[in-house]
Design a protein around this ligand. Structure first.
Ligand code: AMP
Length: 395
C-alpha cells in the first residue's frame, strides 16, 4: 500500500483529490469544516517536504457552472484551517488551470474549481481525467467519502500516474481502521448494527457474519427479527418481506458460531414525536398503537456486557430515533459503553451515516478509536466490496 511515506515531494507538484464537499449556509459560509481539517495532515506533509499542492474536489451537485457551487466560497476557510495562503483558479482543466499549476512554487497551494462543473467527472471520462493529470507530478487520493465512486478524479486519473500515486494520510487511516475490524481485529470482534431498515444493511450482515464473534442488531432493524420469531411489535417499524431473511440470518449465525444479540425491551411511544407518551415494554409484547423507538434499560445493560467483553468494536447505526431527545438514551448509553471499552484498550470504529452524526452530537468523537469520514464508502467497505478509488491506487 503506497502512502505519503513512500514519496519525497521536494519540488514535486502533488495533485490531491480531497473531499471538500462541505456544508455552506445561505451566506456561502462553511458551517462544518471537518472535511478540510481531515485533509490537513496530508497537505502539510507535502508542503513540509518542499512540494506544492493542487487540491481538487467536488462541492454539491451542480448542473453545469452554477456559482452557488463554486469552490471560491471556501477559499478563506481552507486558508484558516491550513494556515497557508490558498490560490484559486476558476477552472479545473484547460489553459487557465494548467497555467496556474505550472506557476505554482514549492510551499504553495492551488485550489481548483468544482470538478462537477463538468459532467465528465462523474461519468469517469478518460479524456477529462487525462486533462486533470497534466496538472501534477504525483497523484494523491485523500478522499474517502468518494472512494466508492469510479469518477474521473477519484479513480480514472490514477491510470495516468503509473508508479507515481499514493494514498493520503486520511484515506490510509480509513483503510487501516476497516482492516483492523474486518481482517486483523483482536478477538472477540463485535459489530453493532442499528438504524432503520434491515434491507439497507443485508449485504453488510451477510459479509460481517464471517468476521465477527458477536453481532448486536438494534434500532428499527431489530423489529423485523422480533416479529419473524413470533413477537408482537405493535406499530413498530418492520419489513415483513424481510422476515424470512431475518430467520435465515439467525440460522447462518448459529452455523458460524456468531452470537447474535437482539434487544429484550424497548421504549415504546404512542406517537412518532418527541413529546409522545412513552413506556418501557418487553420487546416481544408491544401493545397495539405503540411503537418501539429506543433500546430499553435491560437491553442497554445487556449490550454493555457484550461491548465490555470485546476487543474490537464496529458501530454502524443508532439504537433508536436519536434525533428526538426523548428517544436518544439508548444510543447515548451505547456510546458510553463503547467509550469505556475503548478506554480499557479495545479498538472501536464508528462508521456509516447516522451513527457518526450521533457520535458527534453526543460528544463521543474523541472517546472512540476512529470515526470514519465516509458514509457510502464505509458501508460498501463493510459489504466487502473493493472500492474503485482504492483499487486504482493499488493497481
Ligand atoms: P440508518 O441510516 O439505516 O443508519 O438509519 C438511521 C435512522 O434510523 C435514524 O434516523 C433513526 O431515527 C432511525 N431509527 C433508529 N431506530 C428506530 C426505530 N426504532 N424506529 C424508527 N426509526 C428508527
Amino acid at each position: 500500500m503506497k502512502t505519503l511515506k513512500d514519496f519525497n515531494f521536494e519540488n514535486k507538484k502533488a495533485l490531491i483529490r480531497v473531499d471538500f464537499n462541505v456544508p455552506l449556509n445561505d451566506g456561502f459560509e462553511v458551517t462544518d469544516a471537518t472535511r478540510i481539517v481531515s485533509a490537513k495532515p496530508t497537505i502539510i506533509k507535502i508542503l513540509e517536504d518542499g512540494g506544492s499542492c493542487i487540491l481538487m474536489s467536488h462541492l454539491g451537485r451542480p448542473k453545469g457552472f452554477e456559482d452557488a457551487f463554486s469552490l471560491k466560497h471556501i477559499v478563506n476557510k481552507v486558508e484558516d484551517v491550513l494556515g497557508v495562503e490558498v490560490k484559486f483558479v476558476e477552472d479545473c482543466i484547460g489553459a487557465k488551470a494548467e497555467a496556474a499549476a505550472a506557476n505554482l512554487k514549492p510551499g504553495q497551494i492551488l485550489l481548483l474549481e468544482n470538478l462537477r462543473y463538468y459532467s465528465e467527472e462523474t461519468a469517469g471520462d478518460k479524456g477529462f481525467a487525462e486533462q486533470l493529470s497534466k496538472l501534477g507530478d504525483v497523484y494523491v487520493n485523500d478522499a474517502f467519502g468518494t472512494a466508492h465512486r469510479a469518477h474521473a478524479s477519484t479513480t480514472i486519473v490514477a491510470d495516468f500516474f503509473d508508479g507515481k500515486k499514493c494514498f493520503g494520510n486520511l484515506l490510509a487511516q480509513e483503510i487501516e481502521s476497516i482492516g483492523k475490524v474486518m481482517e486483523t481485529g483482536e478477538k472477540p470482534v463485535l459489530a453493532i448494527l442499528g438504524g432503520a431498515k434491515v434491507s439497507s444493511k443485508i449485504t453488510i450482515i451477510e459479509n460481517i457474519l464471517d468476521k465477527v464473534d458477536h453481532l448486536i442488531i438494534g434500532g428499527g432493524m431489530a423489529f423485523t427479527f422480533v416479529k419473524a420469531q413470533g413477537g408482537k411489535i405493535g406499530n413498530s417499524i418492520c419489513e415483513d418481506d424481510k422476515m424470512p431473511l431475518a430467520l435465515e440470518i439467525l440460522e447462518q449465525a448459529k452455523a458460524k458460531n456468531v452470537q447474535i444479540h437482539i434487544p429484550v425491551d424497548t421504549i415504546a411511544a404512542d406517537d412518532f414525536s418527541n413529546d409522545a407518551n412513552k413506556k418501557t415494554v418487553d420487546i416481544t409484547d408491544i401493545p397495539d398503537g405503540w411503537e418501539g423507538v429506543d433500546a430499553g434499560p435491560k437491553s442497554r445493560a445487556l449490550f454493555h456486557d457484550v461491548v465490555m467483553q470485546c476487543k474490537t468494536i464496529l458501530w454502524n447505526g443508532p439504537l433508536g430515533v436519536f434525533e428526538m431527545e426523548s428517544f436518544a438514551e439508548g444510543t447515548i448509553a451505547l456510546g458510553n459503553s463503547i467509550a469505556e471499552a475503548t478506554k480499557n484498550g479495545a479498538f472501536s470504529l464508528v462508521g456509516g451515516g447516522d451513527s457518526v452524526a450521533a457520535v458527534k452530537q453526543f460528544g463521543f468523537e474523541k472517546k472512540v478509536s476512529y470515526v470514519s469520514t465516509g458514509g457510502g464508502a464505509m458501508l460498501e467497505s463493510l459489504e466487502g466490496k473493493t472500492l474503485p478509488g482504492i483499487a486504482a491506487i493499488l493497481a
